[in-house]
Design a protein around this ligand. Structure first.
Ligand SMILES: C[S@@+](CC[C@H](N)C(=O)[O-])C[C@H]1O[C@@H](n2cnc3c(N)ncnc32)[C@H](O)[C@@H]1O
Length: 224
């Protein structure tokens, strides 16, 4: 049995083939425009491994990612890998206007376009390894929430470790780390390495049901 299954009680509908109805109902991100699709796909062509998907996340996945995050009362929120901004929009809908919100995006084109779209938010064209220096530029040291859309399964273990060190080093004591993983990558050695690291560093790890309305289907890790 994969150790992913050991983290919670999985039901038949969580497993591939468990629910045809859910599996067939892929949902396009409603807020994404055709331009967003093209922009996202272009970034995939530039760097397939680091983008990790052909199209932006669905609104269903974006909502599952932030479900359980008390964003209204958070002072500092960091997003990793915002891409064309599907999750960013959901965060901005919920966050306290006085909170500090910043995002780190490796793709320069996506970072610049997202910055133009949300001029009140700071989007850094930086790797997620550098959360601390981005927080410091905003006069902050720690984050209450770090919300990630990074494609962990596609990353080498060393890069995963560097990014996770950056996360552990900047999350406040009561802080929460939320991220998603694609179902099809769960048997990769890199996905196994990622789960081991989460278990080593977090007291509690919950996994969501699979969000079938996403291409590719994904599930969320909530770590505290
Ligand atoms: C799977 S896409 C998710 C994009 C968007 N958040 C969404 O849900 O549609 C992964 C994003 O992470 C970015 N990324 C990959 N590696 C990164 C890194 N080391 N630091 C910051 N961003 C990174 C990619 O450029 C891409 O925009």
């Amino acid at each position: 049995m994969s150790d992913l299954f050991a983290t919670r009680d999985w039901t038949a509908t969580d497993c591939p083939g468990g629910s045809r109805e859910q599996a067939s109902a892929w949902e396009a991100p409603k807020d994404s425009t055709l331009v967003d699709y093209w922009q996202f796909f272009s970034s995939f062509l530039r760097n397939p491994a680091s983008v990790g998907a052909l199209v932006p996340s669905s609104v269903s996945l974006a909502r599952e990612v932030i479900a359980g995050c008390d964003l209204e009362n958070a002072e500092v929120v960091v997003e990793l890998g915002p891409g064309t901004g599907v999750i960013t929009r959901e965060i901005l809908r919920r966050i306290n206007p006085k909170a500090t919100f910043l995002a780190l995006e490796l793709d320069a084109t996506n970072a610049a376009k997202l910055q133009r779209r949300h001029d009140g938010v700071r989007i850094y064209n930086e790797s997620a390894e550098h959360i601390r220096r981005c927080l410091n530029r905003q006069g902050r040291k720690r984050a209450d929430y770090i919300i990630s859309a990074l494609p962990w399964g596609n990353m080498g273990c060393k890069l995963q470790d560097r990014i996770l060190r950056s996360v552990f080093g900047t999350l406040s004591e009561q802080g929460k780390f939320t991220t998603f993983a694609y179902v099809h990558t769960r048997w990769l050695p890199t996905a196994h390495h990622f789960r081991q690291r989460l278990r080593k560093h977090f007291a509690e790890i919950a996994t969501s049901k699979v969000v079938w309305k996403n291409l590719p289907p994904a599930f969320v890790y909530r770590c505290s």
